[in-house]
Design a protein around this ligand. Structure first.
Ligand SMILES: [Zn+2]
Length: 310
């Protein structure tokens, strides 16, 4: 199976997801990725033998080979601040195992100890600190994790074209066992509606992403964009959690993007842990997008992902 063409992260995740559906049926969520990693790797010469939490300052997780025999261990950061991301992190490391690891055999241990260095140390991406090849590898592991934990057809069925509300987000994060950010990012990537998500800290966008439809209508989030003073996340900065349960209609003039300002429906959450806010803006779908010029490529989302992880 590893011969021939290279596996893409999405196709490999979908293959495993289909297998889970056949074995477990519709009750396969949230995906028990630890058991899956053991089961899938069991018959390899270098199986995954351990999935454990550990103290990993600065890292979300690691995939590393045993020094004395051909097997791999996944270690995830068990700091409580990372709790919501554990499943995603394990899936990410499992993605490295399926997609990127060198297959180890007894031969690699002929001297009694593994001589090569093939550890994967994973941290929230910092665009400038990563070499291009590492960045690609990290993105692939994220894509694998995202499609494994949140299969597209299933997620679409859960949302079914509805507007995003807190109830719906809670339903999705419960179903898939992922963080709010991971769930929102996935939705933004597949929704056909015009929407953006913005992660902000200290009044500035740290990371943002527009849906394809929004991007095609000239809406995108610039790194470092300042958050309007009357944005919900600014008004509710002293609150914790969601500022309101349902999107709040805001008039034109509150949020301005390159195409100008238009009314939005705004949902905002202020995080107690990470000193940051998450805003989701949903726009009217009845807009003429023909006037829009070509801008930066839509798929350039990791330009400022610093410090966020999944
Ligand atoms: Zn990684």
């Amino acid at each position: 199976m590893t011969n021939g063409k290279r596996k893409t992260p999405q196709s490999e995740a979908n293959r495993l997801s289909t297998m889970l559906r056949h074995v477990l049926g519709e009750d396969r969520f949230p995906v028990d990725v630890e058991t899956l990693a053991h089961e899938v790797s069991r018959n390899n010469a270098d199986p995954i033998r351990k999935v454990v939490g550990g103290d990993l300052p600065g890292f979300e997780g690691m995939l590393r080979p045993h020094r004395k025999r051909p097997e791999w261990h996944i270690v995830y950061n068990d700091d409580p601040r990372y709790r919501g991301r554990v499943r995603f992190t394990i899936a990410h490391e499992f993605g490295h195992y399926q997609l990127h690891r060198p297959a180890l055999t007894e031969h690699d241990y002929a001297s009694g100890q593994l001589q090569r260095n093939c550890d994967f140390h994973c941290k929230p991406l910092r665009s400038n600190a990563w070499q291009e090849e590492e960045r690609k590898r990290e993105e692939e592991a994220d894509i694998f994790a995202s499609f494994l934990l949140m299969p597209l057809d299933d997620y679409r069925a859960q949302v079914d074209g509805q507007e995003i509300t807190v109830d719906l987000l809670n339903h999705v994060t419960d179903r898939y066992g992922v963080s709010l950010i991971a769930a929102c990012r996935k939705w933004i990537d597949f929704t056909e509606k015009r929407a953006v998500m913005i992660i902000a800290r200290d009044g500035y966008a740290k990371w943002g992403r527009a849906s394809k439809a929004a991007f095609n209508s000239g809406i995108f989030v610039q790194s470092g964009m300042s958050i309007p003073d009357d944005a919900l996340a600014a008004i509710g900065a002293d609150e914790k959690g969601f500022v309101s349960d349902t999107p709040v209609a805001r008039p034109a003039g509150v949020w301005t993007f390159s195409r100008g300002s238009e009314p939005v429906r705004e949902l905002a959450m202020v995080s107690e842990f990470l000193d940051m806010s998450l805003t989701i803006l949903q726009f009217d779908d009845t807009v003429d997008v023909r006037e829009i010029e070509e801008q930066a490529p839509w798929d350039s989302y990791d330009q400022f992902r610093s410090g966020l992880g999944s």
